[in-house]
Structures are given as structure tokens and as C-alpha cells.
Design a protein around this ligand. Structure first.
Ligand SMILES: *[C@@H]1O[C@H](CO)[C@@H](O)[C@H](O)[C@H]1NC(C)=O
Ligand SMILES: *[C@@H]1O[C@H](CO)[C@@H](O)[C@H](O)[C@H]1NC(C)=O
Ligand SMILES: *[C@@H]1O[C@H](CO)[C@@H](O)[C@H](O)[C@H]1NC(C)=O
Ligand SMILES: *[C@@H]1O[C@H](CO)[C@@H](O)[C@H](O)[C@H]1NC(C)=O
Ligand SMILES: *[C@@H]1O[C@H](CO)[C@@H](O)[C@H](O)[C@H]1NC(C)=O
Ligand SMILES: *[C@@H]1O[C@H](CO)[C@@H](O)[C@H](O)[C@H]1NC(C)=O
Ligand SMILES: *[C@@H]1O[C@H](CO)[C@@H](O)[C@H](O)[C@H]1NC(C)=O
Ligand SMILES: *[C@@H]1O[C@H](CO)[C@@H](O)[C@H](O)[C@H]1NC(C)=O
Ligand SMILES: *[C@@H]1O[C@H](CO)[C@@H](O)[C@H](O)[C@H]1NC(C)=O
Ligand SMILES: *[C@@H]1O[C@H](CO)[C@@H](O)[C@H](O)[C@H]1NC(C)=O
Ligand SMILES: CC(=O)N[C@H]1CO[C@H](CO)[C@@H](O)[C@@H]1O
Ligand SMILES: CC(=O)N[C@H]1CO[C@H](CO)[C@@H](O)[C@@H]1O
Length: 627
């Protein structure tokens, strides 16, 4: 965006002639008091010289607007506009606090063209521009009457809220500019899901264009927004006040902003120190699969495939003619009706790995483990799919599945309910949970649609077959049949460590002796991987849910799908594909892709903290998730 700051000579000479008079604005201040005004060419400046408020013309426009921008940046970046719908036609406007205490933009004739519109303002109010970029109007007693952060334009700054009043349904909405030359409300808006799910939506008009995916307490699961070291979001759900909002904090001292651009892209940029240029941290939607419902209902988008849309297994295009033309909007229909009898239903689940989970999930708050989640979905005839995740718990879908995107960073698995006959191939490859000798086993199933499936499958088989240690889970066998790939492990009756650590009901059963034993066991397993085995192995995804517990609560490291073997004198490697779990990843790995045995040690450190405290390493406290 280019900005022309026009100082017509008439204004300049006015300033020169009267510069000797006792004007408040001979040097910039951050506060406007009752009765004072600033005219075109004058500005308010926040105390730390970060933001500036004044008159500007965007791009090639000749109109004048009152707005707030970053004071120090030469390429002017406006974060808020007052009179976006009512431009000044010339530079004789004023910004002032009116006699009733409202903030006003006046044109040269003295008519009000914009107002903060408070019915009960104060006749001695003051307005102050803060270093956060917020313009705050206070009454004489200091009560906040109005603030620009509650009346946003297109820019989401640290400390702002994106909110939903759960009682009235009123939302705080961000609206794009119409064009780089025109700040009036454009076609795109951004706000919380009016249905109350913890998701951010973008609309084009009233049609959903993009959504963030479900919030898991740490991140939005459907985005590639992985910069946890630059900023962190927080969800607050205040049931008393009936308000729910997201806000974010930046961890990095550089200036940071999210802009809903005029072209319908939400763009997070950071000011690169030294260069004074904005650098993109994250922007969506930037590929077709990120567009809401691109492939219609029961369709799945994968921009690595040609064509990008396919129907979920067991479904076929509703109109193959439209699909062949690249019009996927009609979506897909089920091939074989579900059986859906209670208990002995012939229905089964098909795993679709690594996806942005579909929209309109329902949260089964009382279901606490994956098996119960599967049962809950199987026993509810309206249930189309389920997903279980330690952060989000059990989610089921009773509406048609829409907006499924399979992408490399996607780390949620969706289990889609299908008639058993649709899974014919798999039947031959199924084990009944017990080997012929009566030994109990655990089965891990990978599927073709997981995208990374075969590579990781081979990796895991080859690796684990070479490894033997009491603190590593044992592989008993595997099966490849058609598109099915199955791993058979020894059975771990006590499940995974995260279930014990983070569930209030189970926490009590972990005494200090047991916790110590678990830490020691993990350390032994890790030492074996790093030093004592014939190979040097970096696990790359060490976390509580990958530590399994046997009947005596001995820990065993599992899930070698992401592991890498290092050569004899190799100490470090780099990858473009950062895999693993946020919160456990070392900064140099998460940001630069560098990994080494040290990355595992970092994850181990986080794990020890979690085992000792019984708390997740959430930088933010999650108040609640509503659905
Ligand atoms: C500026 O415009 C206002 C109305 O839009 C008009 O009343 C005023 O005379 C104009 N001033 C100049 C200097 O053109
Ligand atoms: C705008 O402000 C200037 C300086 O405070 C004042 O002289 C002028 O009368 C104001 N104009 C209007 C229309 O209020
Ligand atoms: C102020 O209120 C009036 C009347 O309710 C409305 O027409 C106008 O758009 C409002 N202005 C702003 C800036 O909200
Ligand atoms: C503000 O209003 C109060 C009550 O209406 C009045 O007593 C007071 O004089 C007013 N102050 C100013 C500065 O106008
Ligand atoms: C903030 O993050 C940017 C982008 O990763 C980086 O270039 C910059 O050095 C960081 N600044 C600080 C103070 O950490
Ligand atoms: C906004 O919508 C109008 C009407 O549908 C369309 O003509 C215009 O191109 C759209 N603008 C953008 C930036 O998409
Ligand atoms: C995001 O904004 C930056 C700075 O304005 C710009 O250079 C970049 O092209 C934008 N990214 C997208 C995807 O629009
Ligand atoms: C796309 O297909 C749907 C039905 O599947 C149809 O209703 C719609 O009109 C088609 N759109 C275009 C642009 O052809
Ligand atoms: C079958 O399901 C019903 C209803 O959920 C339940 O009451 C019953 O115990 C189940 N029977 C068996 C054998 O699981
Ligand atoms: C199925 O689950 C949905 C969502 O939790 C619920 O509203 C519905 O009552 C359930 N149906 C049955 C038959 O349990
Ligand atoms: C703490 C805990 O739940 N321990 C259980 C681990 O598994 C064995 C065998 O199933 C149970 O007997 C323990 O109670
Ligand atoms: C990896 C990670 O997210 N570590 C964080 C754990 O929590 C502490 C305290 O909140 C942070 O300082 C770490 O950065």
C-alpha cells in the first residue's frame, strides 16, 4: 500500500504562521482533551512513538481519512480507519471531541461525518492513543467509554479480541478494505463461528470462505500457522459474562499484525528489524484447498493430488459430469447405506489421516478415550465420523462432512463410518486383537490416504525390527494387503502416559515412585536409541501420548513413524518437512528444521516437566472450549 500524505500549502503556511502561538500540537502528544481538535497535517503520537493518528490518503485516492498507522514505518501501514465509509473530500477536516464528549470527524463546513456515537458520553472526556495502537476515550473519572480496539477495521493487533457474545450472538467482526485505494468495507469479513464453535471464520459476503479449524487448547488445528515462538493465541470463555473471545500475544519484540486483506487473504506479517519491511509469517487462504468446502460434502481436498478433489473412501461424486469438469461443489454421496444397528452393527470406521477436521463437530465431553469415542459414534445412527485427540477429546460429526483438507502438517485423524462391505479388503488383513497363541496384541493401522503412510510404515517396520530394549515397544508382526498397512505391537494394558498425566481421575494413581520409574525408563530407552544400539536414532516425536505403559507401569517408547537413522559421525540434519508435535519441538527444529539427538533431549525435558507437574506445557491457560 502506498500512502500520500498531502500537506497542501495552505495548511503548511497556516502552521508556519501560527507556530509561535501556544498550540498543544507544536510537538506531538498522545492525548486529545475535551474541546481540542487536530486538523489535517497534525497528528497524535503514542507515548513510545509506535503509533500515530492523523489524516491520510490511501494509495492513489484523493480523499482524506482519519486513521492510525505505525509511526516509524516509511511504507505507511494503516491499522484502523475512523471515517472509512465517509471520506473527507478535501483537507479541511478536523478530528475532535465534541461538546457531548464523543469523538468526531468534522468536514470543512463543520458537519459531523463520523462519530464514536455514544449516547451517554462525558462532557469532560479525553482520548489517548496507546502504544498498543488502541485509541481510548475516557470519561473525566477515567472510565473507558469507547476504544478503537472494539471497533476494528481490517487489522488484528496483539491485545485485540475477536469475540462472540454468547447470549446475544453479537460478534466483533473485522472487515477488509474494498481496494488498496479505498478503506470502505469490502467483500470479506472475519469473526468467530456464530454457531459457537471455537473457530475463526472468514466470509465472502455471507458465504464461508475459510476457517481456522478447531482450537485444541494450543493451536488452531486446521491451519499451517506453526509459529508458536512468534505468537500465541488464547481462548477465553467467560460463562458469567456470556462472552467468548480469542486474543493473541506476541513473544517476539518485532511489530506483528494480522490483516484481512482486500483480496480475501488473512496475512500475518512481522517487521523485519533493520530492513523496516513487512515479512509474511503466515497467510491463508493461499491455495485452493484452503477455500471452505472446495470439494463439497464428503469430498476431500489435497493440493498434492491431481485433481485436488477426491471423494472419501466409500463415497462417489454426486455428479460425475460436473466433477470431470472440475466443478466439485456438489460433493459426494455414500455408495453403500450404513447398517446402524446397536452393538452388532456391520458398520466400520475408515481412517483418513493428517487432515483439517471437517466443520460442525460436536464435542462428546463425557467420553474420555478413543475406544469409547468410537463406540459413541458407532451407537449413534446420526454419527458420520469421529476423531479423538488428547487436547480436544472426543469429537463426533452428525452433519454432512464438509471442508476436509489433507496436508503435510495436518495432524488429526478422522474416522469415517462406512458399511462394513466397503472395507472388504481390510477384512482379510484384520486381526481379532489376539494372536493364535492367545497373546494380546495392539494393532496400528495406516491407510493409503494418509499421504505419508507407506514411507512411514516402512520406516517404522525397518527400524523397530532392528531394535530391542525393554523400554521400547516391541513389534510382533505386520501386514500389507492392498491399500491396508497394519503393524502389530505387544499389548500395553495401561495405555499411554498422557491419559494418566492429564486426566484428573487418573492422576491420583501416579505416585512419585511411579513417576520416577517412568522418567528413568524413558531415559533408558532414549539412551539406547541415541547411544547404545547399533544405530543412532532420533525419534523426533517424543511426547506423552507416545509413551505406552505395561501392566506394571513400565514405560515403553512407541511410534517410530517419524524417526531418522543417523550415520556414524553425523550429528545434525535438516528437513523441509518439520513433523512432530508443537510444544515438544525444540525451537531450532520448529523454526529452521534442524534436528539432532538434542531435539529428542529437549522433548524429553518437556516430558519430565509434564510428568513432575502433571500439566501440559501450555504457555496459555485454557479456560474452556465450548461446542
Ligand atoms: C472542503 O469541503 C467542505 C465540504 O465537504 C466544504 O464545506 C469546504 O468549503 C471545503 N473547503 C475547501 C478549502 O475547499
Ligand atoms: C478545525 O480546527 C481548527 C483549529 O483548531 C479551527 O480553527 C477550525 O475552526 C476547525 N474547523 C472546524 C470546521 O471545526
Ligand atoms: C452513529 O449512529 C447513527 C444513527 O444511529 C448511524 O447512522 C451512524 O452510522 C453511526 N455511526 C457510526 C460511526 O457508527
Ligand atoms: C459537565 O456536566 C455537568 C453536569 O451535567 C456540569 O455540572 C458541568 O459543569 C459540565 N462541565 C463542563 C466542563 O461543561
Ligand atoms: C522475531 O522473529 C523474526 C522472524 O522469525 C526474527 O527475524 C527476529 O530476529 C525475531 N526478533 C526477536 C527480537 O526475537
Ligand atoms: C466484491 O464483490 C463484487 C460484487 O460481487 C465484485 O464485483 C468484486 O470484484 C468483489 N471484489 C473483490 C476484491 O473480490
Ligand atoms: C502479506 O503482506 C506482505 C506485506 O504487506 C506482502 O508482501 C505479502 O505479499 C502478503 N502476502 C500475501 C499472501 O498476500
Ligand atoms: C456445479 O455443480 C452443481 C451440482 O453439482 C451445480 O448445481 C452448479 O450449477 C455447478 N456450477 C457450475 C458453475 O457449473
Ligand atoms: C447393546 O446396546 C444397548 C444400548 O446401548 C445396551 O443397553 C446393551 O447392554 C448392549 N448389549 C451388549 C451385549 O453390549
Ligand atoms: C447423536 O449425537 C448427537 C450429538 O452429540 C446428539 O445430539 C444426538 O442426540 C445423538 N443421537 C442419539 C440417538 O443418541
Ligand atoms: C495404575 C493402573 O491403572 N494400573 C493398571 C495397569 O494395568 C494392570 C493390568 O491391566 C492393572 O492391574 C493396573 O491396575
Ligand atoms: C516448547 C515449549 O513450548 N516450551 C514452553 C513451555 O512452557 C514454558 C513456560 O510457559 C515456556 O517458556 C516454553 O517456551
Amino acid at each position: 500500500m502506498g500512502f500520500n500524505f498531502r500537506y497542501p500549502s495552505i495548511i503548511l503556511s497556516y502552521l508556519l504562521i501560527f507556530s509561535g502561538s501556544p498550540s498543544l500540537f507544536s510537538h506531538a502528544t498522545d492525548t486529545l482533551t475535551h474541546g481540542q481538535s487536530i486538523s489535517d497535517g497534525q497528528t497524535l503520537r503514542s507515548a513510545g512513538d509506535i503509533f500515530e493518528l492523523g489524516f491520510f490518503s490511501p494509495g492513489s485516492s484523493k480523499y482524506r481519512y482519519v486513521g492510525i498507522w505505525y509511526q516509524s514505518i516509511s511504507t505507511q501501514s494503516v491499522v484502523w480507519v475512523a471515517n472509512r465509509e465517509a471520506p473527507l473530500k478535501n483537507s479541511s477536516g478536523n478530528f475532535t471531541i465534541g461538546s457531548d464528549g464523543n469523538l468526531l470527524v468534522l468536514d470543512g463546513g463543520g458537519s459531523i461525518i463520523w462519530s464514536s456515537n455514544l449516547s451517554a458520553a462525558s462532557n469532560i472526556s479525553t482520548a489517548q492513543l496507546l502504544d498498543s495502537g488502541d485509541l481510548v476515550l475516557r470519561s473525566g473519572s477515567g472510565t473507558v467509554l469507547w476504544e478503537s480496539f472494539h471497533d476494528p477495521t481490517d487489522t488484528f493487533l496483539p491485545g485485540m479480541k475477536i469475540s462472540l457474545d454468547t447470549k446475544t450472538g453479537k460478534r466483533q467482526i473485522f472487515t477488509s478494505w474494498r481496494s488498496p485505494d479505498d478503506p470502505s468495507a469490502g467483500n470479506y469479513s472475519l469473526g468467530l463461528d456464530p454457531l459457537g464453535s471455537a473457530q475463526v471464520f472468514m466470509w465472502e459476503g455471507t458465504v464461508p470462505r475459510w476457517r481456522s479449524g478447531q482450537w485444541n487448547g494450543q493451536v488452531f488445528t486446521g491451519t499451517t500457522m506453526r509459529s508458536l515462538y512468534i505468537y500465541g493465541f488464547k481462548l477465553v470463555n467467560d460463562l458469567n459474562q456470556g462472552i467468548m473471545y480469542f486474543t493473541f500475544t506476541q513473544f517476539n519484540s518485532s511489530l506483528l499484525r494480522f490483516v484481512l486483506q482486500w483480496n480475501g487473504v488473512e496475512n500475518c506479517t512481522i517487521l523485519v528489524e533493520g530492513t523496516r519491511e513487512w515479512d509474511t509469517v503466515w497467510a491463508e487462504p493461499t491455495n485452493e484447498c484452503e477455500i471452505y468446502g472446495k470439494c463439497g460434502i464428503y469430498g476431500m481436498c489435497n493440493d498434492g493430488d491431481t485433481p485436488i478433489c477426491s471423494c472419501l473412501k466409500g463415497f462417489e461424486p454426486s455428479s460425475s459430469e460436473e466433477w470431470s469438469k472440475g466443478n466439485w461443489s456438489g460433493g459426494c454421496v455414500r455408495r453403500t447405506l450404513l447398517d446402524c444397528r446397536l452393538n452388532r452393527s456391520g458398520d466400520r470406521f475408515f481412517r483418513v489421516a493428517g487432515v483439517k477436521l471437517p466443520d460442525r463437530s460436536a464435542w462428546a465431553s463425557t467420553v474420555l478415550n478413543e475406544a469409547a469415542c468410537e463406540t459413541a459414534c458407532l451407537n449413534n445412527c446420526s454419527c458420520k465420523a469421529y476423531s479423538f485427540d488428547s487436547g480436544m477429546g472426543c469429537m463426533i460429526w452428525v452433519h454432512d462432512l464438509i471442508d476436509i483438507y489433507q496436508y503435510p502438517e495436518g495432524d488429526n485423524d478422522l474416522y469415517v463410518k462406512l458399511a462394513g462391505s466397503e472395507l472388504g479388503l481390510m477384512d482379510e488383513c484384520r486381526h481379532e486383537g489376539m494372536l493364535p497363541g492367545g497373546q494380546e496384541i495392539a494393532v496400528k493401522r495406516l491407510s493409503r490416504s494418509s499421504g505419508q503412510g507407506l514411507e512411514e510404515f516402512k520406516n517404522e517396520v525397518v527400524l523397530i525390527a532392528k531394535l530391542q530394549h525393554r523400554n521400547l515397544v516391541r513389534l510382533l508382526g505386520y501386514c500389507i494387503q492392498g491399500e491396508e498397512k497394519i503393524l502389530i505391537y505387544e499389548y500395553m494394558p495401561n495405555g499411554s502416559l498422557d491419559a494418566f498425566l492429564f486426566r484428573p481421575a487418573e492422576q491420583a494413581s501416579l505416585d512419585w515412585r511411579t513417576r520416577f520409574k517412568i522418567i528413568e525408563g524413558i531415559a533408558r530407552g532414549l539412551l539406547y536409541l541415541h547411544r547404545d544400539s547399533r544405530l543412532r536414532i532420533v525419534h523426533r516425536d517424543l511426547k506423552a501420548s507416545n509413551i505406552l505403559l505395561d501392566e506394571d507401569m513400565n514405560p515403553k517408547i512407541s511410534d517410530f513413524g517419524m524417526a531418522r537413522i543417523f550415520g556414524g559421525d553425523q550429528n545434525q540434519a535438516n528437513t523441509n518437512r518439520v513433523v512432530g508435535t508443537l510444544g515438544y519441538m525444540s525451537p531450532e527444529y520448529a523454526m529452521e528444521g534442524f534436528f539432532s539427538v538434542k531435539s529428542d533431549v529437549y522433548s524429553f525435558g518437556i516430558l519430565v516437566l509434564e510428568i513432575v507437574t502433571g500439566r501440559r506445557n501450555n504457555s496459555f491457560h485454557r479456560v474452556a472450549i465450548v461446542e
